[in-house]
Write a protein that binds this ligand. Sequence first.
Ligand code: 13P
Length: 265
Amino acid sequence: MKSWVVGNWKLNPASVKEVQALVDNLVDGVSAQSDIFQACHIVIAPCVLHVSQVSDILERKQGLIQLACQDVSALTATSGAYTGDISAQQLRDSGVEWAIIGHSERRQYCHEDNTALLNKMNHCADQDLGVILCIGESEAEYEADRTTQVLADQLSVVEDFLQQSNKVSADYLSNKLLIAYEPVWAIGTGKVPSVQDVTNVHKFIRERLQSFDSTLATTPVLYGGSVKPENAKDFAASELINGVLVGGAALKADSFLDIAKAFSK
Ligand code: 13P
């Protein structure tokens, strides 16, 4: 299975100029060693204000790097009177291929819950926009040994999605769904679980997905939380870690591409 290396830029960088420089450096880096980088999928998720700008650059460099957004409307798949929202249809029209949903920061600060996530998944499927569903336990849940319970609850959205959306094609299920396991306590902290611990959690996630539908037996499961060039090789060595979702280290082309190299096997 080809690995996935996804950069979540969050609310960065601060200016259009810096966005331009980061994308230019990424494109130059990937073009210079395209044989290496063809071995993994590279995806970047700028903030929505910069999506069109990044899309224009990537369109000119067809297929090198895929584009994701960090959220999508739960209210509609298309258009309407929903001030401030951005729909799956509009994102697709702007060249976006993936939507990150359920990130712990959005769960925490924007109260994104399973009901909203189910709507988002349905809207994404409706517009053939891929979904990167983030799940992960908090530090308190980790310490209380509740990780699998929390993940099971968060994954129930996928089960509900499958039950409700009988029109979702097998092709969509096989190619347009990624799960990112991001323990909240590992995000931006430098604290990293052991590769063995992540592998065990991914095994649980995979078994759970498979129990929903056999098509999900091959759904890529990514790890996120303080991934750096220094630890990427260790994660890449595990068969059950199919890629990474990178925050801070995705904001410098060199470090992001070093991580991508580790997954380009
Ligand atoms: P860091 O890589 O900065 O820990 O962030 C991870 C993350 O939240 C990616 O979505």
